[in-house]
Design a binder for this molecule. Structure first.
Ligand code: FAD
Length: 407
């Protein structure tokens, strides 16, 4: 291809442009994103950005000079409105048309909103971009408030931990019977919830929000739960998952399920169009089926995979999934896909908060969740990439240490 257009200037889109140049691609690269500030680093937005530990200028993925120096045409604040596959052009909301040789869809996700009355009151927030984070940071910087977080997923719990650290009264409401049900084993999820409860956060599991009520000025004041219980809320942060941005792909007649459907090479039904990052539904050798992953690792590694393919080095996407979270200074790291093991072995010091949960399926290591055990995380990633690992029996032996196994 002599020109690449990337629709969506987030982690995956920006990394695609950078990886293309790093691989020596000399054609035209246009990176188009509808956020005004250009590609941003989202992980700090629920963590250090809210406390001031991470400054606004540290949340840009790369300085503006990078794009100029790499001859990447960054069009920030522009939305791609449609794709004309026959003419190989994209049409922007402004009416501008741009030709492409290869098109990469990297449109990410948007937060799911709370489907209850009162959800649009002032003080009810979701968190995705820097503008959302700045709004939340300002609201958390004042006098102590009653903050209610809806959803005990990573973003909700990180915001809860940060808000609690800033001295606010924090309640977490989760509809599922346990926290982090989609992402973590029960052992690790319980340890995370214990950390919140020890810090003074009220965690309500298996409870649903039924309505929000405001005061006379339209600001949220009260949350109603199933069963009629009412709790005071000056600020509501909704972290109940995301919806992939698939409109562009749908409009172009490409296959869409929960995400834009791609093959093992991250190609859509159209050989000149790829989809990557949070918006892509791809066949994962680790899951044995099509999945969508929402992580920096997945966005970055898929960007590299597609850049290689465009440069004439196609290979299936097989990178080991990994993820991290930080709450109350605890470093949680996950390698592999640990949501559905048939066997787990816990190694290390659970009470002391330094342990790993090794996850197995059919006797094979499929992943590990590590709390303050970075070495275990690194070793697990290498073992998974090599398709090897200890058996559950070996892991259960007294004195078992992943380090010795890795040697
Ligand atoms: P995005 O970064 O969302 O980028 C997509 C971009 O495309 C957006 O800017 C969007 O506005 C734009 N776009 C959409 N449609 C169009 C269109 N039609 N035209 C133009 N532009 C369009 N991951 C981790 O691994 N670890 C963490 O600790 C972690 N913490 C997180 C904390 C927060 C608060 C959030 C929100 C996410 C966090 N993540 C974390 C997830 C991680 O940030 C995402 O997985 C990653 O950003 C995905 O990259 P992406 O490029 O696919 O999507």
């Amino acid at each position: 291809a002599d020109s690449v257009v990337v629709a969506g200037a987030g982690q995956a889109g920006a990394d695609t442009a950078a990886a293309l140049r790093a691989k020596g691609f000399t054609g035209r690269i246009t990176l188009i994103g509808d956020e005004p500030g250009g590609p941003c680093d989202r992980p700090p937005l629920s963590k250090g950005y809210l406390t001031g530990a991470v400054a606004p200028e540290e949340t840009v993925l790369r300085p503006p000079s990078f794009y100029a120096a790499q001859d990447i045409e960054l069009m920030a604040g522009h939305r791609v409105a449609s794709v004309d596959r026959d003419r190989h052009t994209v049409c922007l909301a402004s009416g501008l048309r741009l030709p492409y040789g290869t098109l990469v869809l990297a449109t990410g996700c948007r937060p799911r909103t709370l489907p209850v009355p009162g959800a649009s009151l002032s003080g009810v927030l979701t968190l995705r971009g820097t503008a959302d984070a700045e709004d939340l940071r300002l609201r958390l910087s004042g006098s102590p408030k009653r903050v209610v977080v809806v959803g005990a997923g990573f973003i909700g719990l990180e915001v809860a931990a940060t808000a609690r650290g800033l001295g606010h009264e924090v309640t977490v409401v989760e509809a599922q019977p346990r926290a982090l049900a989609r992402a973590l084993t029960p052992v690790m999820a319980e340890r995370v919830v214990t950390g919140h409860r020890d810090a003074g956060v009220r965690v309500l599991l298996g409870r649903e929000v039924t309505a929000l009520y405001g005061d006379g000025t339209g600001r949220v004041r009260v949350m109603e739960l199933d069963g009629g219980e009412r709790i005071a809320a000056d600020l509501v942060v909704v972290g109940i998952g995301v919806v992939p941005n698939t409109d562009l792909a749908l409009g172009a007649g490409l296959g869409v399920g929960d995400g834009i459907v791609v093959d093992s090479h991250l190609r859509t039904d159209d050989p000149d169009i790829y989809a990557i990052g949070d918006c892509a539904r791809f066949p994962s050798p680790y899951a044995g089926r099509h999945i969508r992953l929402e992580s920096v690792q997945n966005a970055t590694d898929q960007a590299r995979c597609v850049a290689a393919a465009i440069c004439g080095e196609p290979a299936p996407y097989t990178a080991v999934p990994w993820f991290w979270s930080e709450q109350y200074g605890l470093r949680l790291q996950m390698a592999g896909l640990t949501a559905a093991p048939d066997e787990t072995v816990t190694v290390g010091d659970v009470a002391g908060g330094r342990f790993s949960v090794l996850c197995f399926r059919g006797g094979l290591l499929i992943g590990a969740e590590s709390l303050n055990r970075p070495a275990d995380h690194g070793i697990t990633r290498r073992l998974l990439a090599a398709g090897t690992g200890p058996s559950p029996e070996a892991a259960r032996e007294p004195g078992f240490d992943l380090k010795t196994f890795a040697r």
